[in-house]
Ligand binder design. Structure first.
Ligand SMILES: NC(=O)c1ccc[n+]([C@@H]2O[C@H](COP(=O)([O-])OP(=O)(O)OC[C@H]3O[C@@H](n4cnc5c(N)ncnc54)[C@H](OP(=O)(O)O)[C@@H]3O)[C@@H](O)[C@H]2O)c1
Length: 349
């Protein structure tokens, strides 16, 4: 049996950090050996620094571990980052410069032309950008990112439509409160309410989508020509981002062709049998009132994206609803899948 790779988590005490601990518990390839966070948590027992907020119990062996300072050069070579975006830019760069492989959730480096922005089912080949990073950094450390939580869901749903000539896309999101971290949005603001603004979110969806769907040309990505217009809202849901999507396509596929494209979609994680890969990355649901976050966010252990309500659009061509788990598929699970892809491609050796 292959020796497990030691890994650490930066920002281990936050919402996404906790989800990392959950995803890495009992992982067949990775061994979680290092938990780091800010000065506020440093030196405390994990259980005291980070009251556990997930529905599953705190995995064994974590409660009494000391939270370490996030010092570049300390900790294992492979570190997952769930750092607050306010500090992730500089800290992740410092970790990469100290020789770490940083697999990050944070927004800061996603649009850097040398940094892969991965959804492994959609653009596994973008890992080749690491060659450009190696030239800059002498081949030691590197940064790999996953997209914003709404963008992961959207790009998974749009990728099967690329062969039909994806021209434009209008997307409206209904985003869960867990996407805002902890303590996140005040209960008095969100209970019984909808907040039609999430700072910076629309810009991220509109730009990241084009990079993810783009084609690799040498050691660069050519942005996909699709025009994306996003409207984002926060809704009183705990987990699971729901998105209503309308698309214009160059070709004129039938309902049956589109449904088959969603259902038949798969990629490198399925081909390589990566441990976190859902058997079917997209689940098409026929019930007229699905997907719904309460029932469908956890499908495929939170790694599958659901699509439903596919119907003609009187303005563009087709419209549908899609949904994914924001802290699993949209964050920690996405990063763990990225690291599994890197391991399968021999990039962690
Ligand atoms: N929540 C989601 O659904 C989601 C989805 C995709 C991406 N993301 C991104 O993932 C990252 C984490 O999000 P979150 O929701 O987990 O946020 P969060 O709950 O606020 O957690 C932030 C983490 O960063 C740590 N931190 C803050 N300042 C630090 C410093 N100076 N040095 C070291 N550690 C520091 C915190 O440690 P302390 O506890 O010690 O303060 C905490 O562990 C963000 O960049 C976010 O944009 C989140």
């Amino acid at each position: 049996m292959r020796k497990r790779v030691e890994v650490g988590v930066l920002g281990a005490t936050g919402m996404v950090g906790q989800q990392f601990i959950n995803q890495l518990a009992g992982h067949p390839w990775f061994e979680l050996s290092w938990l780091a966070a800010s000065e506020r948590s440093e030196g405390k027992r994990y259980v005291d620094a980070a009251p556990w907020r997930l529905e599953t119990p705190l995995p064994e062996g974590i409660a009494d571990r000391a939270v370490e300072p996030a010092t570049p050069g300390k900790g294992p070579r492979l570190v997952f980052s769930a750092l607050d975006a306010g500090v992730a830019g500089e800290l992740e760069r410092a970790f990469a410069e100290a020789g770490h492989l940083v697999v990050s959730n944070a927004r800061n480096h996603r649009m850097d032309p040398t940094v892969p922005l991965l959804v492994p089912e959609v653009n596994a080949e973008h890992l080749a950008l690491l060659r450009a990073q190696a030239k800059l950094r002498g081949g030691k450390g590197a940064i790999v990112t996953n997209p914003n939580c709404s963008t992961v869901v959207l790009t998974m749903a749009l990728a099967p439509l690329r062969p039909f000539g994806l021209r434009s896309c209008l997307v409206s999101t209904m985003q869960a409160v867990s996407g805002a971290g902890y303590p996140g949005v005040a209960s008095l603001d969100i209970l019984g309410n909808v907040i039609p603004f999430i700072a910076g979110e629309e810009e991220k969806i509109e730009s990241e989508t084009r990079k993810i769907l783009g084609a690799l040309a040498g050691e660069a990505v050519e942005l996909h020509p699709v025009r994306v217009s996003a409207h984002t809202s926060r809704v009183p849901v705990v987990d699971g981002h729901t998105e209503t999507v309308a698309v214009a396509l160059e070709k004129k596929p039938s309902f049956a062709e589109l449904r088959a494209a969603f259902e038949g979609f798969s990629g490198a994680p399925q081909r390589l049998g990566l441990p976190s890969a859902p058997e079917r990355p997209i689940l098409y649901l026929d019930q007229p009132n699905r997907p719904q976050p309460r029932f469908d966010a956890a499908r495929g252990r939170g790694m599958a994206v659901s699509v439903g309500r596919l119907r003609p659009c009187p303005v563009l061509d087709w419209k549908f609803v899609t949904l994914g788990h924001n802290t699993v598929r949209g964050a920690a699970g996405a990063a763990v899948l990225n690291a599994e892809l890197m391991q399968a491609e021999g990039l962690l050796d």
